[in-house]
Design a protein around this ligand. Structure first.
Ligand SMILES: [Zn+2]
Length: 258
């Protein structure tokens, strides 16, 4: 059966244009703010890559859509402006929307802006001398590096997630907003390693077993274990995990469903 969008989109010649028109109209008609569940409206005079704004909490969202599924790597725009907007804490939240060949939305995940840290921005090779924009350098976002907390599922397998679950998942990591982007790199990496352990209760030794991955993300740091211990304390202070006894921890909200 043809989706309601196919007729509407027939008038657009370019695939990129069709994708844009479709995904924007879909979000406007079907998606509410993952933070407060109010309507999202399109941002006029789009600046700073903000496509939608929540009519209640004023949160801003950038929409990225793809026919087929996003993998761990999401292409983005200019490297320099991405990094400077992260440093100035001016990023909107990100919405990742996947749709099928016949324009049905398969999944939507929201990436809260607190998870957009420099460590996940990978520079692409600058455009060569023969290109119109020679020297311009784009970037990719390594979303795969984020803990599952950094992808709040709003639609899964064509079905909207219950509002309460979306809001709870969003709220759990809002504490990250209190930290500067330079600090959030370590905190989100630690969350990611802890989630990888996969159990509700875990030990410091389990975290240290993943030390080499932390070293890979921060190659210049000579005190990886110390940094990891500090982040566990931050996560304890913010109620994301609790200390049970010396060297043993428990995730406060358990292991997220996958
Ligand atoms: Zn809102």
């Amino acid at each position: 059966m043809a989706s309601q969008y196919e007729l509407m989109l027939a008038q657009y010649k370019s695939g990129a244009q069709r994708a844009r028109v479709f995904s924007e109209s879909w979000v406007e008609a079907n998606l509410n703010c993952p933070k407060c569940n109010h309507r999202l409206s399109r941002t006029r005079n789009n600046t700073m890559a903000r496509d939608f704004t929540c009519e209640s909490c004023r949160a801003g969202f950038e929409l990225k859509s793809k026919k087929g599924l996003f993998g761990a790597i999401v292409p983005d725009g200019a490297y320099d402006s991405m990094v400077s907007s992260i440093r100035s804490d001016q990023r909107p939240h990100l919405l990742l929307l996947n749709y099928t060949q016949d324009y049905r939305v398969q999944s939507v995940a929201a990436v809260p802006r607190q998870f957009l840290v420099e460590e996940i921005v990978i520079p692409r090779r600058p455009l060569g001398a023969h290109c119109r924009r020679a020297g311009w350098r784009g970037c990719n976002l390594n979303i795969g590096m984020l803990p599952p907390d950094g992808r709040v599922c709003c639609v899964t397998d064509f079905k909207a997630e219950p509002t309460e679950r979306v809001r709870a998942a969003w709220t759990r990591s809002e504490f990250l907003d209190e930290y500067r982007s330079s600090q959030r790199g370590w905190i989100t990496l630690t969350m990611s390693l802890v989630r990888r352990i996969g159990t509700e209760t875990f030990s410091l030794r389990d975290v240290y077993a993943l030390e080499s991955e932390a070293q890979l993300a921060f190659p210049d740091n000579l005190h990886v274990r110390e940094k990891l211990r500090q982040q566990l304390q931050v996560l304890r202070d913010k109620g994301w995990l609790e200390f049970l006894s010396r060297g043993t921890y428990r995730l406060t909200h358990g292991v997220p469903p996958q």
